[in-house]
Design a protein around this ligand. Structure first.
Ligand SMILES: [Zn+2]
Length: 67
């Protein structure tokens, strides 16, 4: 998990996991990221109940916690 944390960064606003080289978040377009995040949630469908729990609007990878 520590290795993955370095390879990817999480959006500071929506917690979406972005490639380390990304300039803007693929999910919300924000441009502030953190490399310190923990846990991973994968939202697969638009209808996923997890979306409400995690508080996101689009399927994808999200950090559970941004430090
Ligand atoms: Zn975002």
């Amino acid at each position: 998990m520590a290795r993955r944390s370095r390879a990817f960064k999480a959006c500071a606003r929506c917690r979406a996991i972005n490639d380390r080289k990304a300039n803007t978040c693929w999910s919300c377009g924000y441009n502030v990221f953190t490399s310190r995040w923990d846990g991973l949630i994968i939202i697969i469908s638009e209808e996923s109940l997890l979306k409400d729990i995690v508080g996101v609007s689009r399927p994808g990878y999200y950090a559970i916690k941004v430090l």
